[in-house]
Design a protein around this ligand. Structure first.
Ligand code: FNR
Length: 340
């Protein structure tokens, strides 16, 4: 199967698998407070995550590029929406463009549409430092995402099978790149044990990209004749993963993604200690079905929802949401009682 077809298949299957309407963010109940003390005009969304200064904690997470005109059009629309709303955006894995320079254009459109914005480059952990340097250069990227996607590879018939050099590769990239390196999952979450391993090699930025939204086991199973259905519930739900990472590695800059549906899920992620929250499949769906203007509207709506939650909880900035009162219920409570 051609790479181009695979990218388009990913988009098609990611959009067609039933996105979970209910996820573990529903196990977190924010405790309502009745006496506000702020003026709406004082509220600000500016966010700091390590060396990254952003005008919002929301970002468009890594999705696509390299699949011809279709992915270029999607990237352009998402990047224009990110530019208009002032949010950061990651591109999909650039490995195919490093191997096939004619594919670069479908990634570079993201920088072109958003010359002043914050853009994240993206590669898998099979990448070397040299790959990472070229990926950052390609986009004049402000940060580099390195994704861990072992289970996706194992479900992909043509996926990688030798993972011996992964940790070493990441260590080389972290020590050699001049920009922040964000290590992320692709929808299976980061455990506290993985967080420790990443800490030991100097990783300071982690995007948990947990279970609850786009499900790559389902996406890849659609492309298999003998689906590995038993792995469709594998992975650490996003809110749990945030708590695992924050607990084990409190100095890390933690990004939350995987199943974030709205501004309240974003607020919950920030209450649990994340510094930023990302959305991929949900924004892709809006882009593909309703176009760029609808993505701008969706992002504005999420910002508004977040600000209402901030006002309700007396948080002047996203950062001030951390530690606000919440109650854990259901499986999330059971998990946290056993692990943290
Ligand atoms: C992704 N994701 C992804 N991640 C990554 O690091 N590199 C990549 O190339 C891709 N490709 C990709 C394609 C498509 C079509 C989707 C929907 C997603 C994963 C993405 O960045 C994110 O971690 C997960 O999708 C979880 O977030 P959502 O979709 O639940 O908001």
């Amino acid at each position: 199967m051609s790479r181009e077809k695979r990218k388009i298949d990913h988009i098609r299957h990611a959009l067609s698998h039933s996105r979970e309407q209910i996820n573990h963010f529903d196990d977190i109940e924010i405790v309502h407070q009745s006496i506000p003390s702020l003026d709406w005009n004082e509220l600000e969304l500016n966010t700091e995550a390590g060396e990254l200064l952003l005008s919002s904690p929301l970002f468009v997470n890594a999705m696509t590029g390299g699949g011809g005109e279709k992915t270029e059009e999607i990237n352009r629309g998402l990047a224009e929406a990110a530019a208009e709303t002032g949010i950061a955006m990651a591109v999909g894995s650039q490995m195919s463009a490093l191997k096939n320079p004619e594919e670069k254009k479908s990634y570079q459109v993201v920088r072109k549409a958003n010359p002043e914005g914050v853009v994240f480059a993206n590669l898998g952990s099979e990448a070397t430092l040299e790959h990472a340097q070229r990926a950052v250069e390609m986009l004049e990227a402000d940060a580099m995402q390195i994704h861990l996607n072992t289970l996706q590879e194992l479900i992909m018939p043509e996926g990688d099978r030798d993972f011996r050099s992964r940790l070493h590769n990441i260590e080389q990239i972290v020590s050699g790149l001049p920009v922040p390196v964000i290590v992320k999952e692709v929808g299976y979450g980061i455990s506290m044990e993985t967080a420790s391993e990443l800490k030991n090699i100097g990783v300071r930025y982690i995007d948990v990209a947990g279970r609850g939204g786009t499900n790559f086991s389902k996406v890849e199973n659609k492309r298999r004749e003998d689906p590995l259905v038993v792995f469709e519930d594998w992975g650490i739900p996003t809110p749990i993963s945030i708590m695992e990472v924050r607990n084990r590695y409190p100095e890390s800059h933690t990004f939350a993604s995987g199943g974030v549906r709205n501004g309240i899920d974003g607020a919950k992620a920030l209450i649990l200690g994340a510094h930023m929250f990302g959305m991929a499949g949900g924004l892709l769906q809006v882009m593909v079905q309703r176009g760029k203007e609808a993505v701008v509207e969706r992002i504005n709506a999420i910002h508004h929802e977040l600000k209402v939650a901030m006002m309700m909880l007396n948080a002047r900035s996203p950062k001030e949401l951390e530690g606000k009162a919440y109650v854990l219920t259901g499986k999330t409570k059971e998990w946290i009682e056993q692990r943290i």
